[in-house]
Design a protein around this ligand. Sequence first.
Ligand code: C2E
Ligand code: MG
Ligand code: MG
Length: 744
Amino acid sequence: MQDKEGLFVFAAEEVQVDTDLKAWKILTVEDDLDYQNALVNSLKELKAKDGYKYELLKANSVPEAALALSMHPDIALIFIDVVMEEDDSGLRLVNTIREVIGNAEMRIVLLTGQPGFAPESDIMKVLDIDEYWNKSDISAEKLQSIVNSNMRTWEYISQIKSAKQGLQLVLDASRSINGKHDMASFSYAVLKEISNILKITEGGGIFCSSNVNPGSESLILSTHGCFSGTKGQPVEPNLPAEMLQDFKQATRERRHIFSKNHSVFFFETHTLQGQDTDYITIVKSDNPINEQNEYLLKVFSENVSTGFANISLLNRLTELAYTDVSLNLQNRNWLTREIKNMNAHERLKTRLVIFDIYQFDEKAFTFGNDFCNKLMKLVHQSIVDSFAKYEPRIALISNKTFGMLVSVDFDISDAISYFQNKQKFEIEQVKQYIDVRILELKLSAALNLTPEKVISLAESSLNYTVANQAKYIQHTEEKTDQITRRYELMAELRTAIGNKSLEVALQPKISLSTLKPAGFEALARWQRADGSFVPPDEFIELAETAGLINELDHVIFEKILETINQLKEQGCNLPVAFNASSYDLVEPSYFEQIKTKIEEYSILPSMLELEVTETQAISNYSLIKEALERFIALGMKVSIDDFGTGYSSLAHINEIPSTSIKIDRYFVSDLEFNDNNQYMIKMILSLAKQFDFSVIAEGVENEFEAQWLQQQGCETAQGYYFAKPLFFKDLIVWLKQFEVSANE
Ligand code: C2E
Ligand code: MG
Ligand code: MG
């Protein structure tokens, strides 16, 4: 039906109420009310495609149109009259839609009542105006075709846009779950992201392992939305019948199941060990899940599957990093992590107890590795049993040591003695008495140390006490300071040796018959950056422990050679003794290195004397014998230092290749009042005479000692009474009193 102008039908307005149909919105913007009514009535006559209806909106001015647009951002098609308040009102509105609001999907049809007034074609293009019509040219038929074609385009564009948004959502969701590395936060993120993709507002989800074993129940591991609060509970009673049915079917058929208002995702994971765990994610949606969402969820679930596999793998790797594989016990890394995870308060309230198996290596050698593994398992069990009520955290921290963390609130001394009384184990019919030494360290004594250092500190502290064989040792703060200082010193010493910043002091040796210098002993000196000197006894032992002694002695030896040449320049040609460690002497290349250096500095071997302590010489006798012989053959003197302290050696004195002995200062001190020491020195002197050794007494501190030694026939002496060890400059001044000349 057409009106008198043959264009629109003016029909009575009636409202269609079919709420199930999806609305496609059409807005007309027109200031000519008659024309608008005609247009709207004609639009009402049009039939939308199945399942859809048209919803018609009207605006009579640009401001009204702006209001309608803000209230209905999903308008599909808009008819705009070009000329309204202004000549270009319509065009400005189009510009607002495209540029300001940024709506690119809305289809726009421009209308004009003035034939010949058409916007430039480039404006049409830029503003993406779909069609331009003369009002008088729009018949009902034309209108039908305009609406149909624009609606089709709008639908396509909208679908593409929502697919794009959906994929973006999946992409964002995948990115968000990929950042999670533990099962709890990962599964929660998965539930949250699925809810996002489905735009769920009132639903929710649960995550659980599928019940692979028929007898066992599936427990809820993570929840979201309406399922909050069910974590840890069994799945079955928490699911409505329909969902439970699909849950069971998904588990049985190992696949995803999508239904209108919920979906069940089945994820399987494979680990390297082949221990597979399957997980189910169930999501209840208040929005019906359409085809497009289902597709998006499938894409997303691919990413989730990969994520689950990665997390299982990561969990297994983490487990391996914190487990001793051969004994299947928690390891040192685990204990370190336990300490690391404590806050300061917890640390204050915790003690670390170390159980160390004494002479373990000997047992391993005698009985083999398997036996020792069994032994360690038994000791572990015994620790677990003895301390069970204190909820200990126990780890194997070396092949023969366990570390245990317990609270300081308990008195565990009973448990310790109970454990110590039980130290008899039987393995393969072999009864073993195990000597376990225990050290207790309160973490409060080591608050500013890293967890790794805390454990090392406890071990060092235990080793410190090896000598006295104590079975139960309590670590004190004082010991922390000692050991910490030791670690720091070790690092500094390494640097000092590397920089060759160690110095040499020379202590004169005096001929007791002439009371003039007969030679010097070179002694290493180490001055720290703060100006303090570290006693040689301390840093030499440190260098030996840290394996730095060879390097240290080489640095010192080269300085000694330089000093000998400097003394020569000053007209002093006396021999210099240097201290060698048994670590040097057992080194096959040591002799050649010394020989090469002497030649390099053009120094005669007779100008040098090697000192090695009696204790080191005796305990490494067979290994160093040959080296000592080679030094003597070269023309160097070799003396046994600190003689008398290694007692047993008196009988072996002639077996050690040497030319002289140095009586230890222990026997010299207190000589005036100590008959035993006098007796001892007399014996050493007669022994030396018998085997033709020259003798020097160390640590001579007063006139009595000097005279007594001289009367007994001791040739040479060294000690504070004559001179302390002196640096080169001071030595030159000291030497002046003797006017030592090159020919003396
Ligand atoms: P040592 O070889 O027995 O050196 C003698 C030590 O006795 C020196 O201690 C010296 O300062 C000290 N002394 C000398 N006269 C007296 C005295 O009248 N009274 C007292 N109470 N002490 C006296 P120092 O310099 O502390 O050296 C200690 C030890 O360090 C040395 O004992 C030696 O075994 C070792 N040592 C020193 N320098 C080196 C080195 O370059 N290499 C190696 N391997 N060991 C070294
Ligand atoms: Mg010495
Ligand atoms: Mg000595």
